[in-house]
Design a protein around this ligand. Structure first.
Ligand SMILES: Cc1ncc(COP(=O)(O)O)c(C=O)c1O
Length: 384
């Protein structure tokens, strides 16, 4: 049996006619950049997230970049996040001229460790500059924002993060690129912080047939600035208010995503059902299965387990046709690109341990019970 990590083909087969119709609609209209399809999708996605505004972007990376820029983040600013994420979370902080500061993760849910975040903020306040309003003149950097990641599809613990953000006057940008439809205490992720960012990379729970992204917010000024920045800094055709970017979502992707959005809840429920089957079948094995926090509704973008001797288990699953993944094999503070930040091995022990033990097992809505049984049977043979 061959089981892929994600199966975009079977999903496409189910909705082929609707997708073809949407594509033809755009081709017939000859309106390919922004326009009605994008506006409608933005309205529908804002409604889905329960936010006032949604602004389509060219990717999750550009969504994060625009979110940071819209808050005026730049040189002299620190942006706090974890080293256990996809590189885009951190790249975009650096593209703004700011400094990423890492906090270790919670081993139970892989999201930012709120206690360690608080310790860092306390310390940074105590060792602070006598004149906090002039970090640039003293060459010091100051925390300006937190980017919690809702990793694997489960919300970070937002209430304490927001409380700390208020106390230390920090903005919160939710990296919801892996968590379309996930909830925190009944509220959709992306709608609680100042800004939420989503990716529509094809393998995501809501995936385009190419690149795409979205920023959501309840703040009119931020929404307006992001809308302007994503389209060359303009509101009217040749009137450029600011130096902007070509970070637009295109009409074909928007039309496709409008179809897929209608199925998102149903697909997320199927992922949750498959996660339950895995949890049940994996009981009693020497393996750590995902933990769904009381405050969270997990949407299982990834079903990540932890095992000792991970590399051998991973290889043997793959040789049996089970195309599992590793998210992530190396934490960002140990990647060559980020060495200049000065972190070293041992600085984030939880993230480091997780990178040695995690395996992502296939979990997509179309995955069948007998496929899960085969995966678990193969795993069992390797573990016992
Ligand atoms: C946590 C996280 N942040 C940001 C991104 C970037 O999104 P995109 O690939 O659409 O640029 C991703 C995509 O994989 C992600 O998983």
């Amino acid at each position: 049996m061959k089981i892929p990590l994600v199966d975009l083909k079977s999903q496409y087969e189910e909705i082929k006619d609707e997708i073809q119709e949407a594509i033809n609609r755009v081709l017939d209209s000859s309106a390919f950049i922004l326009g009605e399809e994008v506006t409608k999708f933005e309205e529908e996605f804002a409604k889905f997230c329960n936010t006032k505004y949604a602004i389509g972007t060219s990717s999750g990376t550009s969504a994060l970049h625009l979110a940071l820029l819209s808050l005026g983040i730049g040189e002299g600013d620190e942006v706090i996040t974890t080293p256990y994420t996809f590189t885009a979370t951190v790249e975009t902080i650096i593209h703004c001229g700011a400094k990423p500061v890492f906090i270790d993760i919670n081993p139970r849910n892989y999201n930012i460790d709120v206690q360690k975040l608080e310790e860092y903020l306390k310390l940074s306040e105590r060792s602070g500059d006598p004149d906090p309003s002039s970090p640039r003149s003293s060459g010091r950097t100051r925390p300006k924002a937190i980017v919690p990641i809702h990793l694997y599809g489960q919300s970070a613990d937002l209430d304490p993060i927001l409380k700390l953000a208020k106390k230390y006057n920090l903005k919160v940008i939710e990296d919801a690129c892996q968590a379309h439809g996930a909830k925190y205490k009944g509220k959709r992720v992306g709608s609680t912080g100042d800004i939420g960012c989503f990716s529509f990379y094809p393998g995501k729970n809501l995936g385009a047939y190419g690149d795409g992204g979205m920023v959501v917010t309840n703040d009119e000024e931020i929404a307006d600035k992001i809308r302007c920045l994503r389209d060359h800094g303009r509101r009217e055709k040749y009137e450029h208010q600011m130096i902007g970017y070509n970070y637009r979502l295109d009409a074909l992707q928007a039309a496709i995503l409008r179809i897929k959005l209608k199925y998102l809840n149903e697909w997320n429920e199927k992922r949750r059902k498959n996660a339950l089957i895995y949890n049940e079948l994996l009981k009693g094995l020497d393996i750590i299965t995902p933990y769904e926090e009381e405050y969270a509704k997990h949407v299982y973008h990834l079903y990540v387990v932890r095992v000792k001797g991970r590399d051998k288990v991973y290889e043997s699953l793959r040789t049996k046709g089970i195309l599992c993944g590793i998210h992530y094999p190396l934490p960002l503070h140990l990647q060559k690109a980020y060495r200049y930040l000065g972190y070293k091995e041992g600085d984030f022990p939880v993230a480091e341990e997780c990178t040695r033990e995690v395996i992502s097992l296939p979990i997509y809505p179309e995955l069948k019970r007998d496929q899960i049984e085969y995966i678990v049977k193969t795993l069992k043979k390797k573990l016992t």
